[in-house]
Design a binder for this molecule. Structure first.
Ligand code: MCF
Ligand code: FE
Length: 413
């Protein structure tokens, strides 16, 4: 049993409660949290006491709800600036990129995430090449086996491949490797295979992830069968019409716990439908900027009480997998929102919200939650508690200590 004292303990509850000079008692799970050090000392006198340094903060471990580990080898290979330009470059270089990223490349990506305070990940696995590293990493991984394939002619083969990867992940399932399903997108997965996959999600209670309305091109193609995707589908697949419409696509997720990634070009009606399903949006600000798709309207989500997580996406559309880096970009990108309120919502977006979305028993410091905790320090003393959230975002690069299920986790690089 450990008793960890710190200057600021962020519970990450609904009210953004911060305990000053308090302590957390934990084993595998959190046992007690209090601002009263005397009380904790007396009640848990046998606990190993840890004093975090001055200006220290303790938070729930961060959760990166959407990333693509298999693409971690990308630096300058893929092209940025427009969605279709990026997609063309993925079509051209995908094979060499994923081949070049061996276990050591994905292990480094996971270790860097750990060092930046990420204790859980939603990993979109396109090929299953990341299964072994995800099964070994100390972090919790919700492993989204990706289903892709819009052509009915190849649907059966692609579904069989997807089923096999799903089974492989189920074979390696553990408390830290949670099998799940990823539906690539509206334009790239046929409704028939989507139905089959979501049938599995329902019967086996699996969490689902889907890219949704990322670009204007996706919007035009799905709504009118026009725009940049027209030439793309003609040249790569010799098809002229989209396989689904947006309503049919969204409706198929009813009754499934889903994370919809991007949603930059989702309509208010679609956002309402997502809210009504109890689903969550994953917002990836850097990826959206690099792929030139625009900016998610966070205010519209707030109005609908639709929760959003902040995620990095893969190194296929980012330069970093650190959520602190991502939060800094989000804080600057949404310059029209109140800085103090936004900073608090952003911290919820990497803890409480993704925990709920991915079905993890973490994301908050509360009795009974998993003891996934991070300890880090602010560079100087704080003068107002109101400035805590944005100063954490502005100043944190790496963390001092990570606990996962109460165990200290180390990175080896
Ligand atoms: O989220 C970004 C942009 N939108 C869609 N897909 C991906 C992203 N990062 C990686 N991808 C992968 C996706 O999982 O790229 C491939 C899929 O395997 C695109 S389709 C050839
Ligand atoms: Fe993605």
């Amino acid at each position: 049993m450990k008793l960890l004292y710190a200057d600021y303990i962020l519970l990450m509850d609904e009210d953004f409660t911060v305990l000053k000079s308090g302590g957390v008692v934990f084993e595998k799970e959190i046992i007690e949290v209090s601002e009263d050090r005397e009380y904790l000392k007396d009640k848990f006198s046998e606990a190993e006491v840890i004093f975090a340094p001055s200006n220290s903060c303790v938070m729930p471990g961060l959760i990166n709800a959407h990333t693509h580990l298999e693409f971690s080898g990308n630096r300058t290979t893929l092209e940025y600036g427009s969605f279709l330009g990026w997609l063309d470059s993925v079509m051209e270089h995908r094979e060499e990129l994923v081949q070049a990223c061996e276990d050591s490349c994905m292990e480094l990506a996971l270790a860097k995430m750990l060092k930046s305070g990420i204790t859980s990940i939603g990993a979109i696995s396109s090929l299953g090449r990341d299964l072994a590293v995800c099964a070994k990493t100390p972090q919790k991984v919700v492993f989204f086996n990706e289903l892709i394939g819009s052509s009915p002619a190849t649907a059966d083969v692609l579904f069989a491949d997807f089923s096999q990867r799903l089974e492989n992940s189920q074979y390696r399932a553990s408390p830290t490797l949670i099998p799940a399903i990823g539906i690539h997108s509206t334009y790239s997965a046929h409704p028939i295979v989507i139905q089959k996959a979501l049938g599995l999600a329902k019967s086996q209670n699996l969490v689902v992830s889907a890219h949704f309305m990322e670009s204007k091109s996706e919007r035009r193609w799905i709504d009118d069968g026009k725009g940049e995707f027209q030439a793309f589908f003609k040249s790569y697949f010799n098809t002229e019409t989209p396989v689904s419409d947006a309503k049919r696509f969204l409706d198929s997720f009813k009754g499934v716990q889903t994370v919809f990634t991007h949603c930059v070009h989702a309509t208010d009606e679609e956002k309402q439908a997502i809210q009504a399903m109890g689903a969550t949006i994953a917002h990836c600000p850097v990826s959206n900027r690099l792929l030139g798709v625009g900016k998610l309207d966070l205010e519209s989500l707030k109005n609908l009480e639709l929760p959003f997580a902040i995620a990095t996406d893969g190194l296929s559309s980012n330069i970093s997998l650190s959520l602190f880096d991502e939060l800094r970009v989000a804080l600057m990108m949404h310059y029209d929102l109140d800085l103090r309120l936004l900073a608090k919502d952003l911290l919820k977006g990497v803890t409480k919200v993704p925990a709920q979305a991915l079905g993890l028993n973490s994301g908050e410091i509360q009795k009974g939650k998993d003891a996934d905790l991070i300890v880090f320090t602010l560079p100087e003393q704080l003068h107002s508690i109101e400035s805590l959230a944005y100063h954490i975002i502005l100043h944190t690069q790496e963390v001092e200590t990570v606990f996962i299920n109460g165990e200290k986790s180390r990175w080896n690089f």
